[in-house]
Design a protein around this ligand. Structure first.
Ligand SMILES: *[C@@H]1O[C@H](CO)[C@@H](O)[C@H](O)[C@H]1NC(C)=O
Ligand SMILES: *[C@@H]1O[C@H](CO)[C@@H](O)[C@H](O)[C@H]1NC(C)=O
Ligand SMILES: *[C@@H]1O[C@H](CO)[C@@H](O)[C@H](O)[C@H]1NC(C)=O
Ligand SMILES: *[C@@H]1O[C@H](CO)[C@@H](O)[C@H](O)[C@H]1NC(C)=O
Ligand SMILES: *[C@@H]1O[C@H](CO)[C@@H](O)[C@H](O)[C@H]1NC(C)=O
Length: 652
C-alpha cells in the first residue's frame, strides 16, 4: 500500500517529487524503510546521505522481495569504483612541492586599480614601474603602448598587463599580471542585475571523480562534507575530450549538431557565430560574466576550432595566458613571481567575485596545467582550493551562488587509460553542485529534484538546461537530437545511455543480467557478505546470535559494457570515430544478491564487488540493506547499538 502511494505521488506531481519532507513521509509509511531511519539515527549527516542512496530502492520496494529489479532500480547503474588498487598505485608519482620566488610580488591589483606594494618599497626603496596593457584582438592578444611611470593607485586599463619595475636599490621586478579592469567590453553598471542567483563553475581538466577524491581529498571533503555540495554519481560523458563536455554544457549542442567551426574546413565560422553560449544569455540578463581556461594555447574552442569572433564574456583571461605562456620559462616551476599559476588563477576569479559580489555574476574558471597530461601534480592545488572555497563561504558569496565543482572527463593519456578502471573513470568525471541556501528556501521542490537527480543519469546538456532554468530561460529543443532535462525537474529513472545520446562505448552504466543462485561466485559473494555481517555483530556477540545462510533468493551480475572494454582510442582527431579494437575482459563484477538468513529469517540485499583476476570479493557495509521487518529481535541491543538492529537476533 505504502508502495503505490509513494509511486502515485511521484507520477502525479512530476516536478515536486521528493521534498525532504516527502521522503520522510514516504519512508515513515514504509515499515522497512523506517527501520533504516532509526537504524541510522545516530549521525544526521550520514543518515541524509544514506537516505539519498537508498530511498529510491526502498520506497518502491516496500520490503516485498518479489518485486523485480527492473521495477525497483533505475535502468542505468554506474559502478561504485574502488578508490585504491594496483592500477592506482602504478599511476601515483611523488610530486616535488612547489616553491615560488620568495621576493613577494611588487605589484598587486584590486578594485580596478594597480598598486605598488608597501612591503616591496620598504625592502627595496622607491619603485618606478613601466606598464604594458594587453588586450584581446581577434581571440588573440595585443600589447598596447607602454605607460611610464605607472603610478601607485592608477586605474587598470585592461585585464592583463606586463610590468617591469626598478627600485632605488637597483633591484628589478618583471612579471605579467591578470586583473579585473573597469574598462572592459560591454559592462553597463547601471544594468547590473542584483536579484538573481549567481553561478560559479570551478573546474579541473581530465580529473575523474575517483582521481579528484584521491588527489584533492581536502577539496572533496570541504565541498561535500562542510558545504554539503552534492555529487552527481551517474554523470556520464558523451564523447571524447573537453569540447564534448564544455560545448553541450555551455550551449546545449553537441559538436555534430552545429555548423562547421573547425580550423581549415571550408566555410567554417567562429563558434559564437553559429551557436549562442549560455554566458551571453546571462549577460543579456544583466549578469557580469567571466571565463577562463589556463591552457589557452590548446583552448577548448580554439585548438581545433576557430574560437570566438567577439570577446565571449566581460572578463576574459585568454589574452593573459597567451602572453604569459612564452614567459613561463623565466619563472620557477608552476610559478609567476611569488605566486603559483594556480593561485594567480584563483586570485583572478576572486578579484572578479569581490568586485561584483553586490550584483549578479556568471563565472567559470577551468584549470588544466596540473592535470592535463598527468593528474599527479594536482595534489599541489588541494590546500589552495580549500582556502578558496572557505573564502567563498566566509564572504557570504555562497548564500546566493550556485557553486559547481566539476571536471570534463577522466585521464586520457598513459597506461591507466588502458585498464578497465581507467576506462570507466574516464567516463565518470567529478560533477558536484552546491545549491545556495536562498534557493533551497525559495524553491524546495526544485531543490528536492536536484537531490534526487544526483543518482540519475546526467549528461552535459542537462547542465545547460539547468543553467538556463536558473535565469528562467527556456532551452531551444527544436533541433536537438537528445532530450535534456533541467536538474530542477526529475530525470526519469528509466533513462538509458541511448536516450541520452551516449554511444555504447562511452556509456559507463553497467550491463546487468540475472545469474543462477547456484553460481559459485554468487555463493562466495553471499558468504562474504554474511561474514561481514557477523563481523559487524562481533561487538555485541554476548547478546546476539551469529547469522547463517538459509537460502539465496535472487542474484544479478553487473559488469562493464563490452563496447567500453573494446574502446582503445578515438580513431580521428575530432573524436568522432572510435577504435574498438581493444581486447579486454571485464575484471570487476558486481553481484547484487538477495538472501535469507537463519535464525532470524532476515532478508537482505547487498552488492559485492568481485575482482575476477584476483578472486577478491569485497563488501561495503553501506551496500547491505535489510528488506523485511526485524520486529523485536534486536531489543536487547536496540538502545545501545541502534545501528545493529537489522542484523541482531537476541539470545534468549
Ligand atoms: C509478486 O509476484 C506475483 C507473481 O509474480 C505477482 O502476482 C504480485 O503482484 C507480486 N506482488 C507485488 C507486490 O509486486
Ligand atoms: C599604494 O597605494 C595604496 C593604497 O592607497 C597604499 O596602501 C600603498 O601603501 C601604496 N604603495 C606605496 C608603495 O606607496
Ligand atoms: C581581426 O580580424 C578581422 C577580420 O578577420 C581583420 O579585419 C582585422 O584586421 C583583425 N585585427 C587584427 C588587429 O588583426
Ligand atoms: C560559512 O560562513 C558563515 C558566515 O558567512 C559562517 O558562519 C560559517 O561558520 C562558515 N562555515 C564554515 C564551514 O566555515
Ligand atoms: C522552434 O520551431 C518553431 C516551429 O518551427 C518556431 O516557430 C520557433 O521559433 C523555433 N524556436 C526557436 C527558439 O528557434
Amino acid at each position: 500500500m505504502s508502495r503505490s502511494l509513494c509511486r502515485r505521488r511521484g507520477t502525479k506531481r512530476n516536478v515536486i517529487v521528493f521534498t525532504a519532507m516527502a521522503i520522510v513521509i514516504c519512508i515513515s509509511m514504509n515499515i522497512i524503510a523506517s527501520n533504516f531511519l532509526k537504524h541510522h539515527s545516530k549521525s544526521p549527516g550520514f543518515m541524509q546521505k544514506y537516505l539519498k542512496l537508498k530511498t529510491e530502492g526502498l520506497s518502491k520496494k516496500g520490503g516485498n522481495s518479489n518485486s523485480s529489479n527492473k521495477e525497483s532500480y533505475q535502468t542505468c547503474v554506474h559502478p561504485s569504483l574502488p578508490l585504491w588498487g594496483p592500477e592506482v598505485d602504478n599511476y601515483m608519482e611523488s610530486i616535488e612541492p612547489v616553491e615560488c620566488s620568495n621576493d613577494e610580488d611588487w605589484v598587486y591589483t584590486g578594485n580596478g586599480r594597480f598598486y605598488i606594494s608597501e612591503a616591496a618599497k620598504r625592502k627595496h626603496g622607491r619603485i618606478k614601474c613601466a606598464y604594458i596593457p594587453i588586450v584581446n584582438v581577434n581571440d588573440s592578444f595585443k600589447p598596447l603602448k607602454t605607460v611610464f611611470p605607472m603610478l601607485n593607485n592608477s586605474v587598470l586599463l585592461s585585464d592583463a598587463f606586463k610590468v617591469s619595475c626598478k627600485a632605488m636599490n637597483g633591484n628589478k621586478y618583471a612579471n605579467i599580471h591578470a586583473c579585473i579592469a573597469p574598462t572592459t567590453p560591454r559592462i553597463h553598471v547601471e544594468n547590473h542585475k542584483r536579484d538573481g542567483f549567481n553561478v560559479l563553475i570551478f573546474g579541473f581538466d581530465s580529473l575523474s571523480r575517483q582521481m579528484f577524491k584521491r588527489f584533492l581529498p581536502k577539496t572533496h571533503e570541504y565541498f561535500t562534507e562542510t558545504l554539503k555540495g552534492t555529487l552527481f554519481e551517474s554523470y556520464n560523458i558523451i564523447g571524447d575530450g573537453t569540447v564534448q563536455a564544455l560545448l553541450p554544457m555551455l550551449t546545449g549542442k553537441q559538436e555534430m549538431e552545429i555548423p562547421e567551426v573547425r580550423r581549415g574546413k571550408k566555410g567554417a565560422k567562429h563558434v559564437d557565430e553559429v551557436v549562442e553560449f549560455v554566458w551571453t544569455k546571462y549577460e543579456r540578463k544583466g549578469y557580469i560574466t567571466q571565463w577562463t581556461e589556463d591552457l589557452a594555447n590548446v583552448g577548448t574552442f580554439n585548438y581545433r576550432m576557430l574560437g570566438f569572433e567577439n570577446q565571449p564574456v566581460n572578463h576574459y583571461m585568454r589574452p593573459f595566458y597567451l602572453a604569459a605562456a612564452p614567459l613561463y620559462s623565466y619563472f620557477k616551476r608552476y610559478c609567476l613571481g611569488s605566486r603559483t599559476r594556480h593561485q594567480v588563477f584563483l586570485d583572478w576569479l576572486k578579484e572578479g567575485l569581490e568586485n561584483y559580489k553586490d550584483g549578479n555574476f556568471f563565472t567559470f574558471g577551468f584549470f588544466s596545467e596540473y592535470t592535463h597530461d598527468n593528474n599527479n601534480p594536482v595534489r599541489l592545488a588541494d590546500d589552495d582550493n580549500v582556502r578558496f572555497l572557505r573564502w567563498l563561504n566566509d564572504t557570504g558569496i555562497l548564500e546566493n551562488t550556485f557553486l559547481v565543482v566539476m571536471s570534463d572527463h577522466g585521464v586520457r593519456y598513459g597506461s591507466i587509460r588502458q585498464t578497465e578502471l581507467g576506462k570507466l573513470e574516464e567516463r565518470m568525471p567529478y560533477y558536484g553542485i552546491y545549491a545556495p541556501s536562498k534557493f533551497r528556501l525559495k524553491h524546495p521542490a526544485k531543490y528536492a529534484a536536484l537531490m534526487k537527480n544526483s543518482r540519475r543519469l546526467v549528461i552535459p546538456s542537462d547542465i545547460h538546461r539547468t543553467l538556463l532554468d536558473i535565469i528562467d530561460e527556456k532551452a531551444d529543443q527544436n533541433n536537438s537530437v537528445v532530450e535534456s532535462y533541467s536538474l530542477f525537474t526529475e530525470i526519469p529513472k528509466e533513462r538509458t545511455c541511448a536516450d541520452a545520446g551516449i554511444e555504447p562505448h562511452w556509456c559507463a552504466c553497467l550491463n546487468s543480467k540475472p545469474v543462477p543462485v547456484s553460481d559459485a561466485i554468487v555463493i562466495s559473494s553471499v558468504k562474504t557478505i554474511l561474514s561481514k555481517i557477523n563481523e559487524i555483530l562481533e561487538i555485541v556477540a554476548y547478546s546476539c546470535r551469529k547469522l547463517s545462510l538459509n537460502k539465496i533468493l535472487k542474484s544479478v551480475s553487473m559488469e562493464t559494457r563490452s563496447e567500453v572494454l573494446k574502446f582503445k582510442k578515438s580513431a580521428d582527431l575530432d573524436g568522432r570515430k572510435a577504435d574498438l579494437s581493444d581486447k579486454m575482459e571485464a575484471q570487476y563484477m558486481y553481484y547484487q544478491v538477495t538472501f535469507e538468513t537463519n535464525p532470524n529469517n532476515g532478508v537482505y540485499e547487498a552488492t559485492a564487488l568481485v575482482n575476477k583476476k584476483t578472486g577478491d570479493i569485497s563488501v561495503n557495509e553501506r551496500e547491505i540493506s535489510r528488506l523485511n521487518h526485524y520486529h523485536n529481535d534486536p531489543e536487547c541491543i536496540a538502545e545501545l547499538y541502534p545501528a545493529l538492529r537489522p542484523y541482531c537476533v537476541c539470545k534468549r
